[in-house]
Design a protein around this ligand. Structure first.
Ligand code: GLY
Length: 578
């Protein structure tokens, strides 16, 4: 039985929720704050200082791509849990001329990596130091600066020099910034692993004299690194003094990344995933992300049903969503990986006849156990943790949807000696042993096995949605491993089917199902017990997520051109516009 105090809290929250629900134009709409509004450009990111830096770049004549690069480098300073230059990610761009582009700057496995890298002599997965989640051997070769360099050269405005994109971040690293309650506490929450690596212990834990809210974090080594990157370009990270420092620290600590690995890193342009949902074009990330394909498969299964009539939080909708998601994630596990290493049948997976056949196996009255759902078979021949998302739109309507990551919060927990660079643990996104769950409980197949030079499969889903007339409507992405995909899909249907604005769509409660484990993850306080009872009766199993299911960030362009910026109520950050 809940205590009296708890009952009072539940009771008062119920009253608040009922009150706001009555103000909502459509029952089931989340009661949320207003999105931030601006006439010209807008940046929505998980730190106000980074958002402001992006806006300043646009005010100086830079476009959304220039601004996105400056925001990304600034987040490496002010949002060390996920912002990075020691990780990688994906940037989806829709330019004002209508062209769309997808930049893959995902980390690449070092050449020495191989299938059984994370398996010991007895065949057990190596956990902890030496494994794929923490320590020097957990890192892939970072791609962030190579990706930003490519984006700047090809899609930047041409009016803002590289050094002007790096300098604001360098200054923040040198001068320091004031830590919020959340950021100061998050270092302490990760102290057990951060403290194992001397540079991380010194910089982020002050050797045990922990930061408190209101303290200033200065990162002089990172400032020096950024000074070199500012002056020498992205090549500094891959062939310059910084590369030498990374390779030397790796060598001294049994890591795998060498000078040759850094020199061989390339950011790549990919053809974006393009699909339609109820007449709206959706542009998202292709492999090595699974995000775009899984999203389009789920949307195509949902499109055959009247989701609006089902209403936002109904058992019927959650059942359908779960069943579609279960099937799409089963395909993810089997078919998706780095397309440069494995045959990823993108066209087959996106084929409407195929997706319809998958949908036809859904029983609308009861759950199909995941053990009975395998990846789909094709009739046609085969064709030849943690993360942060931000979105930028400029006054001309060029939109950037960028998700990048060091995987787990604070990545591998390793800060490279003398550089201030916190490294990723992206190697955990490979299948360390195909068939065994990773950090996020995801089961993955042979195609995504560890191989030197390969990129691990991702769930990052930076997405742009167009209006029916082809103009940009909104962009959204999220952090949260595979839960990213669920957050993005549910935001899209909240806007398109349930007519929510971007803030409501992002804040609304959501669920997640990833085939295995066979359970619906739900947000505490986000699901009514009555709905759960109905779904349990249909054969669904539940697991509560005490925190949240992903954190999303988005921007919508209203019909009159006003930009609406939205940061998820589940996290921090701020949208800034002008
Ligand atoms: N590291 C999370 C992802 O790429 O999906």
């Amino acid at each position: 039985m809940p205590t009296l105090k708890l009952r009072r809290i539940i009771c008062s929250w119920t009253i608040v929720v009922i009150f706001f629900a009555t103000l909502s134009p459509l029952s089931g709409h989340a009661a949320t704050r207003e999105p931030v509004r601006a006439k010209n450009g807008m940046v929505a990111s998980q730190h106000v200082l980074a958002s402001q830096i992006g806006v300043d770049i646009m005010k100086k004549g830079g476009n959304a791509v220039d601004a996105a690069i400056a925001v990304g480098i600034a987040l490496a300073v002010v949002y060390p849990e996920a912002g990075n230059i020691g990780g990688g990610g994906f940037m989806v761009i829709r330019k004002r001329d209508g062209s769309t582009h997808a930049i893959d700057y995902r980390e690449m496995a070092p050449a020495a990596a191989h299938r059984d890298l994370y398996v010991d002599s007895e065949g057990n997965i190596i956990r902890g130091e030496g494994g794929s989640t923490v320590g020097y051997r957990a890192s892939g070769v970072p791609g962030t600066l190579a990706g930003f360099d490519l984006a700047h050269k090809k899609y930047g405005s041409g009016t803002i020099a590289w050094k002007d994109l790096v300098e604001p971040a360098r200054k923040l690293a040198e001068d320091g910034y004031v830590l919020s309650h959340r950021l100061s506490n998050l270092f302490i929450a990760y102290k057990d692993t951060l403290s194992k690596y001397p540079e991380s212990n010194r910089i982020f834990l002050r050797d045990g004299d922990y930061f408190k809210e209101g303290d200033t974090l200065k990162q002089p080594e990172l400032a020096q690194t950024l000074e070199r990157v500012r002056d020498n370009g992205a090549a500094e990270f891959y062939t310059g003094k910084t590369a030498e420092m990374i390779a030397a620290d790796m060598k001294a600590n049994n890591g795998l990344i060498t000078m040759a690995d850094l020199k061989n890193y390339v950011a790549k342009e990919r053809d974006p995933i393009r699909g339609r949902y109820r007449g709206h074009e959706i542009i998202s990330m292709p492999p090595p992300s699974s995000g775009g394909i899984v999203m389009m498969q789920v949307l195509k299964m949902l499109e055959q049903h009247d989701i609006r009539a089902m209403q936002h939080n109904s058992a019927a909708k959650y059942h359908l969503y779960t069943e579609a998601s279960r099937r799409a994630f089963a395909d993810r596990a089997e078919y998706m990986a780095d397309p440069d290493f494995a045959d990823v049948p993108i066209a087959n997976l996106m084929n409407e006849t195929y997706v319809n056949a998958r949908r036809a196996t859904i029983d609308m009255k009861k759950a199909t156990p995941s053990t009975a759902v395998k990846f789909g078979e094709f009739a046609a021949a085969k064709e030849g943790t943690e993360t942060t998302h931000y979105t930028v739109v400029d006054a001309d309507g060029t939109m950037v949807s960028n998700t990048y990551t060091i995987n787990d919060l604070y990545g591998s927990r390793v800060t490279i000696k003398g550089t201030g660079i916190l490294m990723n643990d992206e190697m955990d996104d490979f299948a360390a042993r195909p068939g065994t769950p990773n950090l996020f409980g995801l089961v993955q197949g042979e195609r995504n096995k560890v191989e030197g030079g390969k990129r691990p499969l991702s769930s990052m889903t930076p997405t742009i949605v167009l209006r029916k007339d082809g103009s940009v409507w909104f962009a959204v992405g999220a952090r949260g491993g595979p839960r990213i995909i669920s957050a993005v899909i549910q935001t899209v249907i909240n806007v398109i089917d349930h007519e929510m604005n971007i803030q409501q769509a992002i804040d609304a409660p959501r669920i997640h199902h990833q085939w295995l484990p066979d359970e619906i993850m739900y947000e505490m306080y986000g699901m009514s017990p009555d709905t759960m009872n109905i779904l349990t009766g249909m054969g669904h199993k539940f697991v509560a997520r005490p925190g949240n299911i992903a954190q999303a960030t988005g921007i919508m362009v209203a019909e009159d051109g006003t930009k609406l910026g939205a940061i998820d109520g589940r996290g921090d950050g701020e949208a800034v516009g002008y």
